[in-house]
Design a protein around this ligand. Structure first.
Ligand SMILES: Cc1cc2nc3c(=O)[nH]c(=O)nc-3n(C[C@H](O)[C@H](O)[C@H](O)COP(=O)(O)O)c2cc1C
Length: 365
C-alpha cells in the first residue's frame, strides 16, 4: 500500500507531496518498520544505526516520530529560525527525476522556534533514536549571529545535538558565515547562547559542498577553535553539472540528490585529511547523494561517523531507509568485521568506494 501511495504522491507537485508526507508521518499513519540493530557512537551520542534523516524534511518538528518509524537511527529537524517566516514564493521545490535530483529554494519557511519547541517538549526520548535540531537565521535579520544565539539558547534543552546551519544557499548572506570571521562570530554567538542556558549539548556545523579545499580548511580551522562536536558535510550545491537532463535544471536554489554525491564525497575526503593534519578529533556526518547501503558504507569506511539522506527518500519512497539499514547489516555480516572496525578503514574515498562496492556485491547480489 505504501509503495502505491509513494507512486501517487510522485505525480503531485513536489511541495504538495512533501506536505502530505509530513502530515502522514505526523499523524502516525505511516508504516512502522523494524530494522536490524547497527549501533554507532559519535560525539558522545548513541544511535541505533548510522543512517539519519537530513534537515529540511521536518522543518517544524512535526514528523520525527514517524520518521523514526521508517527506520532512521537519527532525525534532524529544522532548519528552525527564531521567528516564523513564509520563505520564498512558490513554486520553490522541483523534482528532477531524470537526474535523481531535487532543486529547492524554500528559504527557511517555518513556524519559528517557539512552535518547534512546544512540539519537541512533548517528545519521549528513546535510547538509540537521536534527535538533532538544526538552527538558522531569519531572512530579515541583519546581525545573523544573533539569531544563532537565540535559537541555540531556546532549543538546546530539547535537542540531543544542535546543528549550526550556515550553508543554505537560499538565505542571502548566510553562506558568508562559513569564512573564518563569519564562523567565529556565529559559533561565538551559539556557544554564548548555550553558556547562558548552562547547556553542554553537542554542536555540529553544517557546510556547503561548494568550497575549495583551501576554503574548507580555513572554515574547519576556525570552527575547531570552538568546542564543536563535529561537522555535517554537505548541504545542497549551487553548481549545475553540465550532464543534468531535466527541464528544471536551471531553476535557482540548492541542488541535491545524485548530482551532489561526488561533491559531498570530495568534501568528506578533504575534511578527513584536514582534520587528521590538525589532530582534530571531531565527528563527521556525511550527507549528499546517498541512495543505497553501498553509498553509506563507503562514507563510513572513509571516515564518516554517520550519514544522512533526504532527496533519495523523496524520490524512492518510504521503504528506502529500512532497506538501506537491512542491506548495511548484510554487508557487515559478509565482511567478517564489526561496523566499528570498518569505519575509517580506508584512507581515500576511491578505495572506500571500491571496498564498499565489493562488499555490496557479495552481500546483496
Ligand atoms: C527540499 C529540501 C529542503 C532542505 N532544507 C534544508 C534545511 O532547511 N536545512 C538544512 O540544513 N538543509 C536542508 N536541505 C539540505 C539537506 O539536508 C541535505 O544536506 C542535502 O539535500 C544533501 O542531501 P541529499 O542529497 O540526500 O538530499 C534541504 C534539502 C532539500 C532537498
Amino acid at each position: 500500500m505504501w509503495h502505491l501511495a509513494s507512486r501517487v504522491t510522485q505525480k503531485l507537485p513536489a511541495e504538495m507531496a512533501h506536505n502530505i508526507a509530513v502530515k502522514a508521518l505526523s499523524l502516525g499513519i505511516a508504516p512502522h518498520i523494524s530494522v536490524p540493530d547497527m549501533s554507532v557512537k559519535f560525539a558522545g551520542l548513541h544511535a541505533r544505526n548510522p543512517l539519519g534523516l537530513a534537515a529540511g524534511f521536518d522543518k517544524n518538528a512535526q514528523a520525527y516520530d514517524g520518521a523514526f518509524g521508517l527506520g532512521f537511527g537519527f532525525v534532524e529537524v529544522g532548519t528552525i529560525t527564531p521567528l516564523a517566516q513564509p520563505g520564498n514564493a512558490r513554486p520553490r521545490v522541483f523534482r528532477l527525476p531524470e537526474d535523481e535530483a531535487v532543486i529547492n529554494r524554500y528559504g527557511f519557511n517555518g513556524q519559528g522556534m517557539k512552535a518547534a519547541k512546544a512540539r519537541l517538549k512533548r517528545r519521549t526520548p528513546i535510547d538509540g533514536q537521536l534527535l538533532g535540531v538544526n538552527i538558522g537565521a531569519n531572512k530579515v535579520t541583519q546581525d545573523k549571529p544573533s539569531d544563532y544565539y537565540k535559537t541555540a539558547h531556546h532549543l538546546c534543552d530539547v535537542a540531543d545535538y544542535l546543528t549550526v546551519n550556515i550553508s543554505s544557499p537560499n538565505t542571502p548572506g548566510l553562506r558568508d558565515l562559513q569564512d573564518a570571521d563569519g564562523m567565529k562570530a556565529t559559533l561565538q554567538a551559539s556557544f554564548d547562547g548555550l553558556k547562558e542556558a548552562t547547556s553542554t549539548v553537542p554542536v555540529f556545523v553544517k557546510l556547503a559542498p561548494d568550497m575549495s579545499q583551501t576554503a574548507l580548511a580555513q572554515s574547519l580551522e576556525a570552527a575547531c577553535a570552538f568546542p564543536i562536536a563535529g561537522v555535517i558535510l554537505t548541504n545542497t550545491t549551487i553548481s549545475r553539472p553540465s550532464h543534468l537532463q531535466s527541464v528544471h535544471r536551471e531553476e535557482q536554489g540548492g541542488l541535491s540528490g545524485r548530482p551532489v554525491a561526488a561533491l559531498s564525497e570530495t568534501a568528506l575526503d578533504h575534511a578527513c585529511k584536514i582534520l587528521a593534519a590538525h589532530h582534530a578529533k571531531i565527528s563527521i556526518i556525511s550527507v549528499g547523494g546517498i541512495f543505497d547501503a553501498c553509498d553509506v558504507m563507503a562514507r563510513l569506511m572513509r571516515g564518516a561517523d554517520a550519514t544522512q539522506l533526504y532527496s533519495s527518500l523523496s524520490l524512492k519512497g518510504v521503504g528506502l531507509p529500512s532497506q538501506i539499514v537491512t542491506e548495511l547489516a548484510k554487508m557487515e555480516a559478509v565482511s567478517g568485521a564489526s561496523l566499528a572496525a570498518l569505519q575509517g578503514c580506508e584512507d581515500t574515498m576511491e578505495k572506500a568506494r571500491k571496498h564498499a562496492r565489493a562488499l555490496y556485491q557479495e552481500a546483496i547480489a
